[in-house]
Design a protein around this ligand. Structure first.
Ligand code: AMP
Length: 504
């Protein structure tokens, strides 16, 4: 029986005494020990009633135990559904209601708030804390060390990753085993990953970047990971001498550069620095090269497609571009209105086709039809332009998505809450440049005539309903929103008006 993703990523760990995960406290977990964790977690999922095709929702801290649940989902044929740890119980309820997972794993601190959510939607709630302990760990500890993986094919679903829509509703991108495996193979080859690599892994594992790009590549190639719970500058600087590669969002690079301890000597032995999830400023690219001698390799991808383009490993890594299409993946730029391919050099909609492209949005056939063409091309929503050498530059997002510290924030979700607040007539949320986060969320509020909205109370109302990364870093009062003749709010003008707000 085969299970392609399990066979390639997890089965090879069976005989591996060498470390797979190095932890911040200096301890390590061997490949074989980690596989035993995967197997016990797989038995635990089955004991909870999970069968192939069932969803397993996971909103827990980044720990080896949490990563083992990913492996367990693959082994049991379940669909892994990781959730941002910053989501509030109200936000998690939407995902649980939409995906109806059989199991919801949560931090014990969130268990009280999530218990009614799990009950309402028929999910079994178990816990895993920041140390990998909790009721799920207890259940897993009592299970056998060996699990026989269930048969799966490349077309079977392996994960749902939720992405937001401009209406504020998230969509569950359905990713198959083949989507994940093909991309891991392509990237491992493109970036020359081998068993000799030690990846400094500080990205979250609820997002495609840290989970599929970072982890899948390391598992596929037999490499090691320095597996940190999050981005901790001191730990990064302390552990970098033991690493050969690092993947980060642009914020990682600006934070490293802001610290004088990050020197040329510290980075000299590194093989590769990779950036993605948000635009890396050309000035960051240049400053990094000036400091370390390394040219950061920038790539471009998204939840629905994994990675699509990458600057070359050998050859010119061009600042401000995301490089050419990866092997086996077609990337075209089309007229957003007609879908007709545009001549090289023109700005248009970036569309992608290949074995990496997802199967559609869970239970949203209309959204799927809007974004996934019959001929297989996915309409990314990003606007871009190819140069004469085939390097793609992303020039903007068609839908005003804000990316702050690598996380996506959709303005509409915040505007809907703002518009409900006492004294608020209307609102507009935009991203403005921020030296640390790339972009910061800024909310413009227009008061009802004669009223003075209480900004502190509005801030508190937002904090109660939204994950921290979505909460505006500034609330600004304006008499009116700029609008065009069609009545549409001119967000470009708002961005320009407040562009200097967070300048260093
Ligand atoms: P996500 O689905 O959270 O991975 O976000 C995907 C979006 O992030 C893409 O559609 C792009 O708008 C943006 N993105 C990812 N990588 C890059 C990059 N290297 N440069 C510019 N934008 C990027």
């Amino acid at each position: 029986m085969t299970n392609p993703l399990y066979d390639r990523l997890f089965a090879p760990l069976a005989d591996r005494d060498r470390a797979l995960l190095h932890l911040a406290d200096g301890s390590a977990i061997s490949g074989a020990a980690f596989l035993a964790m995967v197997h016990r977690a797989a038995h635990a999922l089955v004991a909870c009633g999970i069968r192939p095709g069932d969803r397993v929702a996971v909103q827990v801290a980044k720990t080896p135990a949490a990563l083992a649940v990913y492996g367990a989902a693959v082994a049991t044929g379940a669909i892994f559904l990781p959730l941002n740890t910053a989501y509030t119980a109200a936000e998690v309820e939407y995902f649980v209601g939409n995906a109806t997972p059989g199991v919801l794993l949560a931090d014990p601190k969130a268990a009280t708030a999530l218990a009614p959510v799990a009950e309402r939607h028929g999910a079994r709630l178990l816990t895993l804390d920041t140390q990998g302990q909790g009721s799920f760990a207890d259940l897993a500890a009592a299970q056998p060390d060996h699990f026989a993986p269930v048969a799966r094919g490349a077309e079977d679903l392996a994960a749902f990753l939720y992405t937001s829509g401009t209406t504020g509703r998230s969509k569950g991108a359905m990713l198959t085993q083949g989507n994940l495996l093909s991309n891991a193979e392509t990237l491992a080859q493109a970036w020359r990953f081998t068993a000799a690599d030690v990846q400094l892994h500080a990205l979250p594992i609820f997002h495609t970047h840290g989970l599929f790009v970072g982890t899948n590549i390391a598992l596929l190639t037999g490499g090691e990971m320095i597996f940190l719970p999050g981005f901790d500058l001191d730990a990064m600087l302390r552990l970098m001498p033991r690493a050969t590669t690092m993947m980060g969002v642009p914020t990682f690079y600006t934070r490293l550069l802001d610290d004088p301890r990050f020197t040329r000597e510290l980075a000299a032995h590194m093989r590769l620095f990779i950036s993605g999830s948000a635009p890396l400023l050309a000035e960051t690219h240049a400053a990094f090269e000036a400091r370390t001698g390394h040219r950061i390799l920038e790539r471009y991808g998204m939840t629905e497609t994994n990675m699509n383009t990458s600057n070359p490993y050998e050859g010119e890594r061009r600042a401000g571009t995301v490089g050419p299409a990866l092997p086996g993946i077609e990337v075209i730029v089309t007229d957003p209105a007609t879908g007709t391919p545009l001549p090289q050099g023109e700005i248009g909609m970036v569309e992608v086709r290949g074995p990496n492209v997802f199967k559609g949005y869970w239970q949203m056939p209309e959204k799927t039809r809007e974004e996934l063409r019959d001929n297989g091309f996915f309409i990314t929503g990003d606007l871009g332009r190819f140069d004469a050498d085939g390097y793609l530059t992303i020039v903007g997002r068609q839908k005003d998505l804000i990316i702050t510290g690598g996380y996506n924030v959709y303005p509409k979700e915040i505007e809907l809450i703002l518009d409900d607040q006492p004294g608020v007539l209307e609102s507009a949320v935009v991203g403005v440049p921020h030296p640390d986060f790339g972009e910061a969320v800024l909310a413009v509020i227009v008061p009802k005539p004669g009223e003075a909205p209480d900004l502190a109370a509005i801030g508190a109302a937002l904090a109660a309903q939204l994950a921290r990364f979505k909460q505006p870093k500034a609330l600004v009062l304006m008499d009116a929103l700029p609008r065009n003749t069609m009545g549409k709010v001119q967000k470009n003008e708002l961005r320009a008006l407040h562009a200097a707000r967070f300048r260093a």
